[in-house]
Ligand binder design. Structure first.
Ligand SMILES: C[S@@+](CC[C@H](N)C(=O)[O-])C[C@H]1O[C@@H](n2cnc3c(N)ncnc32)[C@H](O)[C@@H]1O
Length: 388
């Protein structure tokens, strides 16, 4: 069976709430958006196209290439249909694969059982064809097969990303409560900041928002930071095509941008980690770091976006203490950030009310299981107080 060069459906998954931004990204890199759900966008293309998507997409988690779709009611149906796929054409000798799944089927109580059935079908097929079993296990560093099974609909994908795309590889020192890199990119894209005006990021933690902002402003493909992807382990992978693609994509990046990125945190340890992470991402010279209370963060004239991701009580810090912090954020916005758009990313709407300013826009995102909001405030002179 032919794999490379063949067009198929491609599903790109993302954190819940991110799909409008992912859809926009897919369109802007020249692919169609065939449908969009809460946590995925469907497009189409070849396996070669998945390499481009893995390199360019900032907000997606996994680029899944559809191999087969069929109807299956029971685990036995699944086994039968999966073993009909010519895995020996996709999985090289002496390779390793793992299976992940998303299962919503009444006959399956534990999705691990569906994984095992799927894995057994692949292993048995390859053993029959080659006389040897391939290695399997939970690590996602090589070939990853993804099973989607809802009701009777079963879709078998190659997860061309392998490790999720949020693992860009620059966050060597994550600290506590970091935001996923892909979510950080979605938050920056939601602010509309692309390099004109300034991006101010007090409470920067491990620097995710500032680093993603720099990558966006420089139009640098986030995938260039990583060297391992699932597709590289498939039979027929053309390394020279991949290297040429990386070179082309690298050449498309800009050397500079107009605005400034300022990232501060009260914790010296956080700022040191953020600096190191920025260095690993190759953007440290585009970010001005400082150690200070958020309210002392320099806000130069010129406008732009001020983005804060304070603790919100669920994972760190005490809610009572945080009430004061959120109130002070409101004062900081009002007094020091005039002419800017203010953004607060939080999972605690009660605390957000303490900011005391009227919101312009509220975007729902999920940070893992926690429902969060990105709140936008227009910060002009005499900003309106909220009625909350
Ligand atoms: C939720 S974390 C930010 C995570 C960040 N977005 C990331 O991806 O790593 C909140 C940060 O706010 C910082 N912080 C807490 N209170 C602060 C204050 N009064 N002034 C400045 N930074 C503060 C903490 O040190 C912590 O790094």
């Amino acid at each position: 069976m032919f794999l490379w060069g063949k067009k198929s459906r491609i599903v790109i998954t993302c954190a819940k709430g991110v799909s409008p931004f992912l859809k926009q990204e897919i369109l802007s890199v020249g692919f169609p958006a065939l449908s969009a759900g809460m946590a995925e966008v469907e497009t189409e293309g070849t396996m070669e196209d998945t390499q481009r998507l893995n390199l360019l997409i900032r907000t997606g988690q996994r680029v899944l290439y559809l191999l087969e779709s069929f109807s299956a009611r029971t685990p036995e149906d699944l086994y039968k249909r999966v073993s009909r796929i010519s895995w020996e054409d996709y999985i090289p000798e002496d390779s390793y694969f793992s299976v992940t799944s998303s299962v919503h089927n009444p006959t399956i109580k534990d999705s691990r059982f569906a994984n095992v059935k799927c894995k057994d079908a692949i292993v048995d097929r390859i053993k029959e064809k080659r006389g040897r079993r391939p290695d399997t296990g939970p690590e996602r560093g090589k070939i990853v097969v993804h099973l989607y099974w809802k009701g009777n609909i079963c879709q078998v994908f190659l997860d061309t990303s392998g490790e999720p795309l949020s693992r860009r590889g620059y966050r060597m020192i994550p600290l506590k409560a970091p935001m996923q890199e892909t979510l950080g990119a979605a938050v920056v894209l939601a602010t509309g900041w692309t390099g004109d005006g300034n991006l101010i990021n007090p409470m920067c933690g491990s620097g995710t928002l500032a680093i993603e902002a720099a990558l966006i402003a420089l139009e640098r493909a986030p995938g260039l930071l990583r060297s391992n992807y699932g597709f590289m382990h498939l039979k027929g992978f053309d390394e020279s095509f991949w290297k040429a693609l990386r070179r082309r994509v690298r050449a498309e990046a800009k050397d500079t941008f107009n605005g400034r990125i300022i990232a501060t945190d009260i914790s010296q340890q956080a700022v040191e980690a953020a600096k190191k992470n920025a260095m690993t991402a190759g953007v440290e010279r585009f970010i001005e770091f400082g150690i200070c209370n958020f309210s002392e963060t320099p806000v130069p004239s010129g406008g732009g976006a001020v983005v804060l991701n304070p603790e919100y009580g669920e994972r760190l810090g005490e809610t009572e203490k945080l009430k004061e912090t959120y109130k002070n954020i409101g004062d900081f916005f009002k007094k020091k950030c005039q002419g800017y758009r203010g953004y607060l990313f939080t999972g605690n709407l009660d605390l957000a009310k303490k900011v005391g300013l009227r919101t312009n826009r509220r975007i729902t995102f999920f940070n893992g299981p926690i429902e969060c909001r990105l709140l936008e405030y227009d910060l002009y002179e005499g900003s309106k107080k909220s009625k909350d």
